[in-house]
Design a protein around this ligand. Structure first.
Ligand SMILES: [Zn+2]
Length: 250
């Protein structure tokens, strides 16, 4: 891939047995635009509701997405804060207001973070799922997590506003804010669409567009319409669909 190519990275967040139907629909939705490569963010034990390995049909779908050309990415381990340190004034904005208590990797002791990453990676390996990336729930992680990921051999992580290549000789973080919707309330959906329209206007002049989807996004006609416009316009402008893994490895 030429470094001059313009890239479109769509990521599908929060794949787990409970979102199986939603992610399946998103994969089909993207295929409708000829987009057959995205980064699918898989959660091993979503909200402590048991390991995804208990759902054979879901595992078969994930394997199928990998075979079809999508990238699988480790996305937290539990995606919640049930076993996290008590909340402090300095973290409460992120844990309660910015997210709905999902910022699992915000303040884990390093040894706990490492154990969860190892366990997640082992689960992926046992399923035959390749992964070179890790994305923390809500993109929130303690400052030492990227270094830990690098030591463990991960090739990249991402934040809302940047892609972070890791490991020896890695390039600097690549600034690029992801398009992303908040759907918890009507006003949030409306505000998201206004915000994303402006953000897209800036991104289309760059050589990288990141679009992050969450399981409920396609349920809302307002968001679906905007996604249709953004995807059509991006492809028309020559943005090539790719994955985070391939983008970082260019
Ligand atoms: Zn998530």
């Amino acid at each position: 891939m030429s470094t001059l190519a313009k890239s479109l990275i769509v990521s599908l967040h929060d794949a787990h047995p409970g979102s199986h139907a939603a992610i399946t629909e998103q994969v089909a939705f993207l295929a409708g635009y000829g987009i057959t490569r995205s980064s699918i963010l898989v959660v091993p034990e979503f909200h402590h509701e048991g390991s995804l390995t208990q759902d054979a049909a879901f595992c078969a779908s994930v394997s199928g997405w990998q075979t079809a050309g999508h990238e699988l990415v480790l996305h937290g381990y539990f995606h919640d804060r049930k076993e996290s340190p008590p909340e402090r004034l300095s973290t409460i904005f992120w844990t309660r207001l910015y997210t709905n208590r999902e910022a699992e990797f915000l303040d884990l002791p390093r040894v706990t973070a490492e154990a969860r990453l190892e366990k997640g990676r082992a689960l992926f390996a046992a399923q035959g799922w390749r992964t070179t990336g890790f994305v923390a729930p809500a993109w929130l992680m303690a400052e030492d997590v990227p270094e830990l990921l690098a030591e463990m051999g991960f090739a990249y992580t991402t934040r809302l506003r940047e892609i972070v290549p890791l490991g020896p000789g890695a390039n600097r973080p690549i600034p690029s804010q992801s398009l992303c919707y908040s759907t918890r309330a009507g006003w949030r959906r409306l505000a998201s669409c206004v915000w994303n329209k402006q953000l897209y206007g800036r991104l289309r002049e760059t050589d990288l567009i990141r679009l992050s989807l969450h399981p409920r996004d396609l349920e809302f006609p307002l968001i679906r319409r905007q996604l249709d416009q953004i995807l059509r316009a991006s492809l028309k402008r020559g943005f090539q669909p790719t994955t985070y893994g391939d983008y970082v490895a260019r």
